[in-house]
Design a protein around this ligand. Structure first.
Ligand SMILES: [Zn+2]
Length: 284
């Protein structure tokens, strides 16, 4: 009986701990392609590269409006101006009042050419590579990191002899540091660069969301190398299988990570994972 009592006490202790920390959960949802939402322990919602109408998103299938189920959004983060990243940002901004986090050139051209709500694109959340900003009443720090890629904004108002693509500033990645939560790296569409090691030295990356689709950015082998360079404790693939010219599965990335002994998790489009503190909770 005494032994049972001891285990019962342990169980109660564990249950109590769970209850105490349940407010410290961070949720990451993948909508397919490069689009993620992050919900912080205090309930702030960040959307990254919100092309929610991408063909992989189950919420966009059969003519459904993928924005219909979207609740509140506090911030929209854009790594660069390409359409598969800006995606539905303008419409989401109009519906939610979310503030834009991007480089200033992209922000200004989205306002001028694509009718992004001006007030939401002119806050002190507009930033440059190398900078860090505190948002969400200090609960989140966003660092904009370098990326080797291009950036342009689609101009639907371009005349027949004007370029269809306007300047979009420099392409970037983001490190998102959440108080009582994980530190997340979103690589944008970057090529591999060796200075990713500096990102890893400067920030303790718990989870790296890495573009593995190749063709326009890192091929799976180099994406695995990026996971190693940033010191990712967990690597999650993104930006693949959305068009025929891209890598179609995460298998090659997974195999390479296995060789490098880096933990890997393959999200399904529409899936949400939960972190307690800096640790991802096991899926049931
Ligand atoms: Zn892209």
């Amino acid at each position: 009986m005494k032994v049972l009592g001891f285990f019962a006490a342990l169980f109660l202790l564990a249950a109590g701990t769970v209850q105490q920390t349940s407010a410290q959960e961070t949720k990451i949802k993948w909508f397919g392609h490069a689009a993620f939402s992050i919900t912080t322990p205090k309930g702030k919602v960040l959307l990254i590269d919100p092309w929610l109408s991408n063909p992989s998103n189950p919420e966009a299938k059969d003519g459904h409006d993928p924005l219909a189920s979207l609740g509140k959004v506090d911030y929209i983060l854009l790594t660069h101006g390409h359409r598969d990243h800006v995606g539905d940002a303008v419409e989401i901004a109009k519906r939610t009042g979310a503030a834009l986090i991007s480089n200033p050139e992209l922000a200004a051209n989205l306002v001028k050419l694509d009718d992004f709500p001006q007030k939401q694109a002119e806050t002190d959340a507009i930033m440059g590579i190398g900078g860090e900003i505190k948002i969400a009443d200090g609960e989140v720090t966003v660092a904009m990191t370098p990326a080797i890629h291009s950036s342009s904004v689609f101009n639907p108002k371009a005349g027949p002899n004007e370029p269809e693509r306007a300047y979009g500033g420099d392409a970037a990645g983001f490190v998102i540091i959440i108080k009582d939560g994980p530190t997340i790296y979103h690589s944008g569409d970057t090529a591999y660069f060796k200075d990713m090691e500096i990102i890893g030295e400067e920030y303790q990356i718990d989870v790296a969301l890495l573009n593995i689709g190749g063709h326009y950015g890192m091929e799976p082998r180099m994406a695995a190398r990026a996971a190693k360079s940033v010191g990712a404790k967990l690597a999650i693939p993104q930006h693949y299988a959305t068009s025929p010219d891209m890598t179609q599965t995460a298998d090659g990335f997974a195999a390479e990570l296995k060789r490098l002994r880096i933990p890997f998790y393959e999200m399904k489009p529409g899936e949400t994972i939960t972190f307690r503190g800096r640790q991802m909770m096991q899926k049931k």
